[in-house]
Design a protein around this ligand. Sequence first.
Ligand code: GRF
Length: 213
Amino acid sequence: MKRKVGVLVSGRGSNLQALLDAAADPAFPAEIALVVSNVPGAYALERAAKAGVPTRVIPHKGFPSREAFDDAVDAALRAAGVEIVCLAGFMRLLTKGFVEGWAGRLINIHPSLLPSFKGLHTHARALEAGVKLHGCSVHLVTPDLDDGPILVQAAVPVLPGDDEDSLAARVLEQEHKAYPLALKLVATGRVTVNGPRARVEAIGGGALINPQD
Ligand code: GRF
């Protein structure tokens, strides 16, 4: 049985697209059962509709508190039978209650090699810091921002002449590989959480060295 996944979005939804594309493979262990956007008109909603996935728009502005908004999202996910929730460019902080209700089953992607560069403007900050490797992290969500056990990371070189856009594009390409992989690992029960760390049963990847002579 495929695990049912809900994806929360706010914007263009390229990571949602990567998850939809992965889930189109009959061998993929998860199906996208619902896409929820807090932003009406988000392009991610069109991507979901094209893939035949049900969507819900729950504008946060219509709610008196964060808790009330999160309760509505939670209810929509549970009504759709969702078992795993993926945040994909969802630009709202979630309450402790929501996060705890989905503990171990709530996944986020962040465009940096965590724990470096939590928060916004990660690519500009990586350029500013002069790091030679940058990348993305898929992690389980805990109540703290961009925190929680790391599941998968992908590194890219920072190249001479990079600006924020070129670096963001290089990272995004890897995001689209890392997120489906992390979802697959969670959906197949290959993740064991031990305090702040996740142990992942998978084959190791290679090294990336930058610069090279
Ligand atoms: C991605 O860079 C993701 O890492 C960050 O927000 C961006 C969302 O892009 N959390 P998209 O909507 O998936 O295209």
